[in-house]
Design a protein around this ligand. Structure first.
Ligand SMILES: *Cc1c(COP(=O)(O)O)cnc(C)c1O
Length: 463
C-alpha cells in the first residue's frame, strides 16, 4: 500500500515510513493512494466476529504484507487486551433506534486509547526491525498525554516525555500520567502554562540536533495515519452489530481535529453503507461552520466543559478536502494557504457533495449540562460532556429515524467531573480498576519553562 501527501509534493511512502514520519515533508498529511474496498458479502460475513478479528481484516487492508500476519495479529491482541470490556467497544441501546458506542474502556478511559495503544506497538515494531530508537515529545493539557503514555509504556524502542503545565491540569488527568512508573515514561511539569509547553515541544522539533544523531523525534498528534486506521475498525464493528450491510447506519461523532469522524468516512469509502455522519462540536465550532454554511475560518480558542474538543483548527479536515478536491494536492495547498490569513469557502459543488453525507451541530456549555441531565433521566446513562454534544447533535440532526443512529461515547464521565457536578450529580465514580488512582505513587519532574533545560533533561534520561 502506497501513501501520498494531501499537498501533492512529498514523496509517496509505504505504511512503515508513514507511521514513522507523521507529517509529510510538504506540510501535508498522508492518505492511502487508493482506498481498499470490502464487498457487502464480505462485511456481512463479519457478523458475530470478535473485535480483534475485524480489526485484523481492516488493518491488514492498509498494511498489506509489511507486517507478517502472525505479528500483526498478536499486536492487535495485545493492544485490545488492555481494554476492560470483552467487546472492546461495546454498543448500548439507548432507545428504539439510538445506540451509544462506548469507546472508553481502555487504560485512560477515553477513545484515544483505541488508536494510541496500537500506534505505540506499531512504532516499536518498526523501530525494532530497524534497530532504531525514538523519543516522543508532546505537550498536553490533559487527555492525549495520558493515552500516549499508556500506549508507549510497553515499548522497548521508545522513550516518552510529556510536558504538562505545573499545577494546571486536573488531578485525575495528572495522575493518569504521573502514576505510570515505567522506565521509559517521563512526565515533566513545566513552570508555565500550556502554551509554554507547546512552544518548547515545537522548538525541539524544529531543531533536533540536541538529540545528537540516531534518535528520532516522533510526535503524538492525530495526524498519524495509523491512528485513523485503528479508528476505522469500530465503525465496521458497530455497524455490523446493528445489521449492516443489510441496513444503512448513521453516526454522530463528538469532534475536534476531525480524526475520529474521518475514520468513519474512510469506513464508508471502503464499502460500509452509511446514511449520515453528524459532526458535533462544542463552542469551538469551526467544523460546524464549514459543514453548515461553508465558512471555513479561524475563531479564537474558547475554554469549555469538553476540553478535549477545544481547538481552533481541525487538522484532519485537510484529508477530507483532498478527497473532495479529487486528490488535487495543489488545490488543497492553495485553499489552506489562504485559510491561514482569511476565511475561505470550498467550491460549491464539492461542498454540496460533502453535505450529502455530513450534518453538524455546535453545542454550548449550558446545553451540554442540560443534555447530561436529560439523557440520564431518559436513558439512565451518565454521559461525559464530549459525548453529550454528540447525543444532542444525533437527536437534532437525525435525517431518518428508521436508520440506526450510533453516537460515539468518547470518554468516561469520571474523567470530566466538572461538568457532571454542574449537571447536579454528586460525581461519577472511577471504574473499579482505577478506583485507587488517588492513592497511587506519582512520579514527575518539575522544570522551568526553558527549552534548553528540558532538552538537557531529555538527553540525560533517554535510553
Ligand atoms: C480527542 C477527543 C475528541 C475529538 O476527536 P477528534 O478526532 O479530534 O475529532 C472527542 N472527545 C474526546 C473525549 C477526545 O479525547
Amino acid at each position: 500500500m502506497r501513501y501520498i501527501s494531501t499537498r501533492g509534493q512529498a514523496p509517496a511512502l509505504n505504511f512503515e515510513d508513514v507511521v514513522l514520519t507523521g507529517l509529510a515533508s510538504d506540510g501535508g498529511l498522508y492518505v492511502p493512494e487508493t482506498i481498499p474496498q470490502f464487498s457487502a458479502e464480505e462485511i456481512a460475513s463479519w457478523a458475530g466476529l470478535p473485535y480483534t478479528d475485524i480489526a485484523y481484516k481492516v488493518m491488514h487492508a492498509f498494511i498489506g504484507d509489511e507486517i507478517p500476519a502472525d505479528t500483526l495479529k498478536s499486536m492487535i491482541e495485545d493492544t485490545y487486551g488492555t481494554f476492560k470490556h470483552d467487546a472492546v467497544t461495546p454498543l448500548k441501546q439507548l432507545d428504539s433506534n439510538h445506540y451509544l458506542l462506548e469507546l472508553f474502556h481502555g487504560p485512560t478511559l477515553a477513545f484515544k486509547d483505541v488508536a494510541l495503544q496500537m500506534l505505540g506497538r506499531l512504532l516499536d515494531h518498526f523501530l525494532g526491525k530497524r534497530n532504531e530508537h525514538a523519543v516522543i515529545m508532546g505537550a498536553t493539557s490533559g487527555d492525549t498525554g495520558s493515552a500516549a503514555i499508556e500506549g508507549c509504556k510497553p515499548c522497548d524502542h521508545v522513550d516518552i516525555f510529556i510536558l504538562h503545565p505545573y499545577n494546571r491540569v486536573s488531578e485525575v488527568q495528572r495522575r493518569q500520567m504521573t502514576t505510570v512508573l515505567a522506565d521509559n515514561v517521563f512526565n515533566i511539569a513545566v513552570e508555565g502554562n500550556f502554551d509554554d509547553c507547546q512552544a518548547i515541544v515545537k522548538e525541539s522539533f524544529n531543531n533536533q540536533d540536541f538529540l545528537g544523531g540516531k534518535t528520532r523525534l516522533v510526535a503524538v498528534n492525530s495526524i498519524n495515519w495509523a491512528r485513523i486506521m485503528a479508528q476505522v475498525v469500530y465503525y465496521f464493528v458497530s455497524a455490523v452489530a446493528v445489521g449492516s450491510p443489510h441496513r444503512k447506519v448513521s453516526f454522530s461523532v463528538p469532534s475536534a481535529n476531525f480524526g475520529d469522524v474521518f475514520a468513519g468516512y474512510i469506513a464508508y469509502k471502503m464499502g460500509l453503507p452509511v446514511n449520515q455522519f453528524v459532526v458535533a462540536t462544542n463552542a469551538n465550532d469551526i467544523l460546524h461552520r464549514v459543514i453548515s454554511k461553508n465558512d471555513f475560518s479561524k475563531q479564537p480558542l474558547l475554554h469549555t466543559l469538553s476540553p478535549s474538543m477545544d481547538i481552533v483548527v481541525s487538522s484532519n479536515f485537510e484529508r477530507l478536502l483532498f478527497d473532495l478536491y479529487d486528490n488535487d494536492g495543489a488545490a488543497v495547498e492553495d485553499l489552506l494557504k489562504r485559510f491561514n490569513n482569511e476565511p475561505v469557502h470550498i467550491e460549491q459543488p464539492r461542498w454540496d457533495k460533502a453535505r450529502e453525507l455530513f450534518d453538524s451541530l455546535s453545542v454550548d456549555d449550558d446545553t451540554t449540562i442540560e443534555v447530561i441531565k436529560e439523557a440520564f433521566e431518559r436513558t439512565g446513562e451518565l454521559l461525559d460532556p464530549h459525548t453529550a454534544t454528540g447525543y444532542r447533535a444525533a437527536e437534532t440532526c437525525n435525517r431518518d429515524k428508521a436508520v440506526p443512529m450510533i453516537t460515539l461515547a468518547t470518554a468516561h464521565p469520571a474523567k470530566f467531573e466538572d461538568a457532571i457536578v454542574k449537571a447536579g450529580f454528586k460525581g461519577a465514580p472511577l471504574p473499579a480498576h482505577m478506583a485507587d488512582l488517588m492513592e497511587r505513587e506519582e512520579r514527575f519532574s518539575v522544570l522551568p519553562a526553558d527549552a534548553e533545560a528540558i532538552q538537557a533533561f531529555v538527553v540525560g534520561n533517554k535510553r
